[in-house]
Design a protein. Structure first.
Length: 274
């Protein structure tokens, strides 16, 4: 089995609600089991990844499955074809995620060339690009699983313009809106709006007390608040640096609360027109 096809063990984060960490990309895949069907949150970065996640899912439930993609980055949806081949017909995402996957999914294949060569080469059915065929827009959608339901909703732009959250009882799968164990990724983010989205998420503390990030360990409300305040502080530093030295904002990098690479990405996304 390839490195991309290795997973850890299921961790129960709520009643019949689990999270599985994969070795490569440290992706969290979720599983929510109802009485009639089960929902899988994010399918991995390619066929090996997807097969390992599906195999793990089948150790927990034989029920029909539905897939939820939290956003349009390759490590969260490239495993969709494996689930489609296994009979899954419903693939949910934000409407902008579905549009982005359709338009730009092929261009992301090179990211997995080393660990998912079939996906990178578009070789075989497991490497097909499966675009979500059920979408969520401005209004939340309730996904029925039998005796329980999952609320699919967006709180605003942040890590991308198409982040989708999935809440069930006291647990919410946040995709990369929340990240633990590493700095947030800003490549195509909306930093100022991301802070606002995190603050909105924190205000849902009466509903959720367990927040499952796209990568890293499940966290509580305090982590969400700290991520929001840290990002806000980084934005203030970057904005002040641009005022003081518009031609050389790199002087602010050493005092940013993020590693140099993430700090540069953040500053780039704050430029007018970004």
């Amino acid at each position: 089995m390839s490195q991309a096809g290795k997973t850890g063990s299921w961790r129960e984060v709520g009643p019949s609600t689990f999270v599985l960490a994969t070795d490569k990309y440290l992706l969290n895949s979720g599983l929510i089991i109802g009485s009639e069907r089960a929902a899988v949150v994010d399918t991995g970065a390619g066929p090996h990844h997807g097969e390992a996640i599906l195999e793990a899912v089948r150790t927990k439930t034989p029920l029909p499955l539905v897939v939820i993609n939290t956003h349009s980055h390759f490590d969260h949806f490239f495993g969709n074809a494996v689930f489609a081949a296994a009979g899954v017909e419903e693939f949910w995402a934000h409407e902008k995620a579905a549009a982005d996957i359709s338009a730009n999914g092929e261009s992301q294949r090179h990211f997995v060339a080393e660990v998912e060569p079939e996906m990178a080469a578009a070789d075989g059915g497991g490497a097909a690009l499966v675009v979500p065929n059920r979408t969520v827009g401005a209004e939340p959608v309730t996904l029925e699983l039998g005796d329980r339901s999952v609320e699919l909703f967006q709180l605003g732009r942040g890590h991308t313009d198409n982040d989708l959250l999935a809440g069930v009882e006291h647990v919410v799968f946040t995709g990369d809106v929340v990240e633990e164990g590493a700095d947030p990724a800003f490549e195509d983010a909306y930093p100022a709006e991301w802070v606002q989205t995190l603050e909105r998420l924190a205000r849902l503390q009466h509903r959720y007390d367990t927040f499952v990030p796209g990568h890293g360990k499940p966290v509580g409300i305090d982590h969400v608040r700290v991520q929001a305040s840290t990002m806000s502080r980084a934005i203030r530093i970057a904005t002040q640096a641009r005022r003081e030295a518009p031609s050389d904002t790199t002087k602010a990098i050493p005092i940013m609360p993020y590693a140099p690479g993430q700090a540069r990405e953040l500053m780039g996304r704050l430029r007018p027109g970004a």
